[in-house]
Design a protein around this ligand. Structure first.
Ligand code: F6R
Length: 617
């Protein structure tokens, strides 16, 4: 949450900062601001409540002097509402110093009380301004040594923070620090960048450095210096960004979400790419790490939101193919109840951003208790993979829309690869069976493409008709259950309609009371080819709700004639193996949520109250 960008170099920085912020806006869009050291050596700052567009208009109407050193921020409000005053940057040291921040400074109240007692004044309600004023005080005490002052400041802060600062007496220098919040360095030619993630600078450079936990960075046009909080030099880890700026553009699509749903086939294909050799799964990142899976007695998947639903799907494959018991836990619930974990537990965290604070804290907690940790992540250089023993990257490409779509199918794909990898090591799946599953996986991109081509127009029309619907229910059984939960989450998230997902078998234990005439209910029907019993059970669930007047929209495989008499609408998916159906069945639900939000005239990419990367607990 909150996007941060910093620049030093020969170029005027305002447009670089603003375009960096545009790429980071998915991280928060309550307010935006920039601070620049101008050509006359003065610090200029502008910040406005609202989306980045408001700031841009403001700067157009009343231009601000430009300069070659600057920082920019896009906010998701935590302390203090989304107002002009609470927007970042925050100024201190007689407005010569500007600070931006992502995270929560937990001891801000005590620090603020001290600073107030010393006569310092505050203009906002934010924890960030406390860090700014503190840095101003330390700067004076350090006799104008910005590096020393910055180190002294961050050592006093508790909680999660990425901080960037510029001081008008130090043109050509941006200092930054991180603890539990993201910050990466972009290496340019005679210029350097800082960003919450690589999207901030990918249009200028794909050469990046990852900054570790509790580290400080100083960038100048000539170079980059990284130290720990005590000033000891640290060697940052280099990496190359594997996607280019165009991948994070809308590219003619009406929204990032539309583009990302259309990229679901590619997200699966790219996650498989380079990991299949002669029909066998070979995950290069896991080479030499068989110890991670030796003596395994349990897997715990930890994640939040959509990633947790992907985990619930993955559980079926991990248990079936690797024959290890799997629990799926919401990361924020996991560490507050003394879970039973140890060296025989493998924690598999799933996170698109790799920065979700709840997930990160759960991973750290598990590691401290001796568990092994593996991260499934979509973002290079992110914190969670760096804090884990191993990582399997999903290669879904940058996901910009707040609602996760293509990352979801990539996360399931990565877990299936992992399940086959572990299954082969443990001897629980034969080479022949594994090759069969691999063939199924390889066919998935084409099948998702078919759903997009054959069903999209129909689903969008359905969504249009349902624009005034007040509530939608989703039912699924087995692997269809997490897909029902995902369908409901996506709908409430972007169309603000009440939606609930249920295990279809649970219906008669309570939720059926919600069904009244006209209630729309999506039902995910498993193929009768895999289990006639499961199929029959779902069909009878459909009959139960239809008898009570529900409007039934069925997602079923092509050729399933048994559901037709009971369905008001049928959305077809191609035939696939039982465990592979979720990768197809979720696609109509993603299209539907997007279609309904569009029909209601809502911003599908930036839904209210949300931010893509949830970096606060
Ligand atoms: C829903 C959504 C969220 C995220 C969740 C975890 O569409 O996007 O529920 O899935 O916040 O985020 P990551 O995967 O970045 O850890």
């Amino acid at each position: 949450m909150c996007g941060i960008v910093g620049y030093v170099g020969p170029r005027q920085s305002q447009s670089i900062l603003l375009s960096g912020l545009a790429r980071l806006e998915y991280r928060g869009y309550d307010s935006a601001g920039i601070a620049v050291i101008d050509g006359d050596g003065a610090l200029d700052m502008r910040k406005r409540a609202g989306k980045l567009g408001v700031l841009r208009e403001d700067l157009k109407g009343a231009p601000m002097p430009d300069g070659t050193t600057g920082i920019g921020h896009t906010r998701w409000a935590t302390h203090g509402g989304p107002t002009d005053l609470n927007a970042h940057p925050h100024l201190a040291d007689d407005d010569k110093l500007a600070v931006i921040h992502n995270g929560i400074i937990e001891n801000f109240a005590a620090l603020k009380a001290d600073l107030l007692s010393e006569g310092y004044e505050f203009r906002s309600e934010t924890d960030t301004e406390v860090a700014a004023v503190l840095l101003g005080r330390e700067y004076r005490e350090a006799g104008g040594d910005l590096g020393a002052a910055f180190r002294a400041t961050v050592r006093q802060l508790e909680g999660a923070f990425t901080l960037l600062a510029v001081h008008q007496d130090h043109p050509g220098l941006v200092v930054g620090a991180r603890r539990n919040s993201p910050l990466v360095i972009g290496l340019g030619d005679g210029e350097n960048f800082l960003g919450s993630d690589v999207a901030a600078f990918v249009e200028h450079t794909r050469n990046a450095l990852a900054i570790g936990q509790d580290e400080i960075v100083a960038i100048t046009p000539e170079g980059v210096e990284v130290t720990d909080f005590d000033g000891n030099p640290v060697q940052p880890e280099p990496f190359e960004v594997t996607w280019d700026a165009a991948a994070a553009e809308k590219g003619g699509w009406p929204s990032f979400m539309a583009k990302e749903v259309s990229e679901e086939p590619e997200a699966v294909a790219n996650t498989l790419r380079g990991r299949i050799q002669d029909g066998a799964v070979v995950i290069p990142e896991l080479e030499g790490l068989d110890d991670l899976f030796a003596g395994l007695s349990r897997i715990v998947i930890i994640a939040c939101g959509t990633a947790a639903y992907a985990g619930q799907v993955g559980k079926y494959a991990l248990e079936q193919w690797a024959r290890v018991p799997v629990d799926v836990e919401l990361a924020h619930e996991f560490r507050y109840r003394e879970p039973v974990i140890g060296p025989d537990t493998l924690i598999v965290s799933i996170s698109q951003s790799g920065e979700t604070m709840d997930t990160l804290m759960a991973v750290k907690y598990a590691r401290e208790r001796g568990a092994k940790t593996l991260s499934i992540c979509n973002t290079q250089g992110a914190t969670i993979p760096r804090e884990s023993d191993a990582v399997v990257y999903t290669h879904a490409g940058p996901e910009v829309a707040v609602a996760s779509t293509k990352a979801f199918v990539a996360q399931i794909t990565a877990q299936y690869l992992l399940a086959l990898h572990i299954g082969r090591i443990r001897g629980t799946v034969s080479a022949v069976e594994a090759a069969e599953h691999v063939r199924e996986l390889e066919a998935i991109p084409g099948k998702i493409q078919r759903v997009l081509e054959t069903e999209q127009a129909h689903i969008e029309q359905l969504a249009h008709w349902m624009a005034d619907t007040r509530s939608v229910l989703f039912l699924g059984r087995n692997v269809g259950y997490p897909i029902a939960l995902e369908g409901a989450l996506k709908l409430k998230e972007i169309s603000y309609i009440h939606a609930e997902g249920f295990a279809a078998g649970e219906l008669k234990h309570g939720p059926i009371a919600l069904v009244e005439p006209g209630q729309p209910v999506f039902v995910l029907v498993p193929s009768p080819r895999h289990s006639a019993l499961l199929h029959a059970k779902v069909v009878s669930n459909i009959q139960e709700i239809q008898a009570r007047g529900a409007r039934v929209i069925v997602v079923a495989e092509e050729g399933d004639a048994a559901v037709l008499p009971f369905a008001d609408e049928v959305l077809h998916i191609p035939l696939a193996g039982a465990l592979f159906e979720p990768l197809l069945a979720v696609v109509p639900l993603h299209i539907f949520a997007m279609g309904l939000a569009n029909a209601r005239g809502l911003d599908v990419d930036q839904p209210r109250n949300l931010a893509k990367s949830v970096t606060v607990e």
